[in-house]
Design a protein around this ligand. Structure first.
Ligand SMILES: [Zn+2]
Length: 432
């Protein structure tokens, strides 16, 4: 029997064969007694369908040693039942149950099945989940505060708690981690991009989220959503810090190109130097590759002083920053790998700087290519091999994570004589 996609399995007497990744795995513990009730999981298949899986106490011994998070399995003879009314960890009304006759076989990992999948709730969407216990909610944000581990009295006795604050869309959201979940973060997690899954949502004036048995915490995950969050902090910091640091704008263009010149190795080491107060450096490096995994553009608000990534709502785009319907504008956001003779690093080129290299606006480029073709456009690819002078502005994120992943704040072309800051006059724009 062939396996069925998770979207096609149905409750009833029939037993099913499925192929899926165990993307998350946790113990369901009864709060009052600490008793282990079941081993639970989120299964995901090639179509991206997620379903809650349960190994009940009766069959736990058989499967506990066989199943591991992240592995891909062919699982035969599972039974499907309707999901419980409350605390569903995914938006699916079915549950996959393991039986004594269920068998599972680990198979070779395949890229077609995503390693991670979440449904992130921004602050607008969270309002629909307040005191609504049908589903648990996943969130992503920057940890702006990590509290200490404390104790609190509940109806079940004394519980350990740790309060943290996540910045989500510039709003501070409190998340309380309970019991065994308090150790999923520590003081070092501050300023990192954090994913917290399966929380309950309440609002006492401000939002207050709580961990559940199903909650997992992921720090600095290599997923596009984490990169978006990271880029949004970079741009916030750029605006606030521009006012205070002007040394890099003084002097001739040649002097600006040399401002705080470092090798990449020196720059990477500065991230570990707690006495360092400088934020702006220049580096001469070569673009080795474009990391196309994250795409090369984003759909932004067309307002010049906004540029926020837009949400698509059915037939229109909405800007959360301007708080209105917005006209979309495609802007570049290109993740690149760079190196000099001493070290390598990753970096992000935003619209202005990318246009200097590509000489076409992202809007123009996207209208001139076949959009079904997922390959990187030639004009983007050809930026590889260029030796350039990068001005980097180090962010709090760089220092906290000690990760050489830099946002380009300005780009100089070493071999162009006039080298104006942006050669907009040459940039091809899309005809209206
Ligand atoms: Zn806007």
């Amino acid at each position: 029997m062939m396996y069925k996609p998770l979207s096609e399995i149905r409750p009833g007497k029939e037993l099913w064969k499925i192929k899926a990744r165990v993307t998350r795995l946790w113990d369901a513990i009864l709060l009052s007694s600490g008793e282990l009730l079941s081993v639970d999981m989120i299964l995901i298949d090639e179509e991206g369908t997620m379903v809650h899986g349960v190994i009940n106490k009766a069959v736990m011994e058989k499967f506990k040693s066989l199943i591991q998070e992240n592995n891909v399995y062919v699982i035969s003879n599972v039974k499907v039942t309707p999901a419980t009314k409350t605390y569903r960890p995914v938006e699916n009304d079915k549950v996959v149950n393991f039986l004594t006759t269920t068998t599972m076989q680990k198979i070779k990992d395949i890229d077609e099945i995503p390693r991670y999948s979440f449904k992130f709730f921004n602050t607008d969407m969270l309002s629909k989940r307040i005191n609504n216990d049908t589903y648990l909610s996943d969130v992503i944000g920057v940890a702006s505060y990590i509290g200490p581990v404390e104790e609190t009295k509940t109806q079940f006795g004394v519980s350990k708690i740790r309060d943290i604050v996540l910045l989500i869309d510039d709003q501070e959201i409190k998340v309380r981690l309970w019991n065994s979940k308090v150790d999923l973060v520590d003081a070092k997690s501050k300023s990192h991009v954090i994913v917290i899954t399966s929380t309950t949502v309440k609002k006492f004036g401000k939002y207050s989220l709580s961990s559940t048995n199903a909650t997992q915490v992921f720090i600095d995950l290599p997923i596009p959503e984490a990169m978006d969050v990271q880029n949004s902090i970079c741009s916030i910091e750029n605006v606030t810090k521009e006012i205070h640091t002007e040394g890099h704008l003084k002097g001739t263009l040649e002097e600006q190109m040399q401002y705080n010149r470092r090798t990449l190795e020196e720059l990477n080491l500065i991230l570990f130097d707690s006495s360092n107060e400088e934020k702006i450096f220049t580096v001469e490096a070569t673009i080795n590759a474009v990391n196309a995994k994250y795409g090369w553009y984003y759909i932004s608000c067309s307002e010049d002083n906004c540029k926020k990534q837009l949400d698509k709502n059915y037939d229109h785009y909405f800007c959360k920053k301007c708080n209105k319907k917005a006209h979309p504008k495609t802007r570049y956001k290109i993740k690149i790998e760079i190196s000099d003779s001493t070290a390598s690093a990753t970096s992000v080129l935003f619209d202005k700087e990318a246009q200097m290299l590509i000489n076409e606006s992202a809007d123009f480029l996207i209208s001139s290519i076949n959009q079904d073709n997922m390959e990187l456009p030639k004009s983007v690819e050809k930026i590889c091999g260029q030796k350039l002078i990068f001005q980097f502005r180090l962010t709090e994120y760089n220092f906290r994570s000690c990760r050489p992943d830099y946002t380009v704040s300005r780009l100089f072309l070493p071999d162009v004589k006039s080298n104006p800051r942006i050669r907009t006059e040459n940039v091809k724009e899309k005809k209206p």
